[in-house]
Design a protein around this ligand. Structure first.
Ligand code: MMA
Length: 165
């Protein structure tokens, strides 16, 4: 009986500790795979640069803390940049894709919405599984465009190692 209680308590504790989840991958099989998992060490996501042409999301760069990730994608189209406010995090990403990513719509916990690209293709709604978790980093495939993208969610920046906080 005591053992059963102990096992139950441990199981509940373990279940409550879960916080990470993944949404994706959305897009096609082309391009070269990338992951920005290691960029989490620079801090939470603070800004986004997204390049779009008339039909596709052609490039992406994400700022972690004060450090920009490597740029992924090609040179077609125009680059747009948005900065998050202090304490603002991405809480959901909707979008459209076919063989390539066509649209990305970022929603924040401060009720702002940032829309990039065209409203054409297959819809996706990427949102975290666990409460109070947000976009921590992206992965995907790219070359001359963003072929595919996936979203990794967790508590904001709990393992920020390079930040002086
Ligand atoms: C390259 C090649 C493909 C990829 C596209 C778009 C032009 O072709 O890497 O596999 O799908 O770029 O990124």
């Amino acid at each position: 009986m005591l053992l059963w209680i102990l096992v139950s308590v441990c199981a509940i504790a373990a279940a409550q500790q879960r916080s990470s989840s993944y949404s994706g991958e959305y897009g096609g099989g082309g391009g070269k795979p990338f992951s920005q998992s290691g960029n989490q060490l620079d801090g939470p996501i603070t800004a986004l640069r997204i390049r779009t042409n008339r039909v596709y999301i052609t490039g992406i760069q994400v700022r972690y803390g004060t450090t920009w990730s490597e740029y992924r994608g090609g040179s077609s189209g125009d680059l747009e940049e948005i900065f998050l406010h202090p304490g603002e995090h991405i809480s959901q990403v909707n979008g459209k894709y076919t063989h390539y990513v066509r649209q990305l719509v970022f929603f924040s916990n401060k009720e702002r919405v940032f829309t990039f690209g065209k409203d054409i293709g297959i819809s996706f709604n990427a949102s975290p599984l666990f409460p109070d978790t947000f976009l921590r980093y992206i992965s995907g495939s790219s070359d001359s465009v963003i072929d595919a993208i996936g979203f990794h969610w967790d508590y904001p920046s709990s393992n920020c190692v390079h930040c002086n906080k």
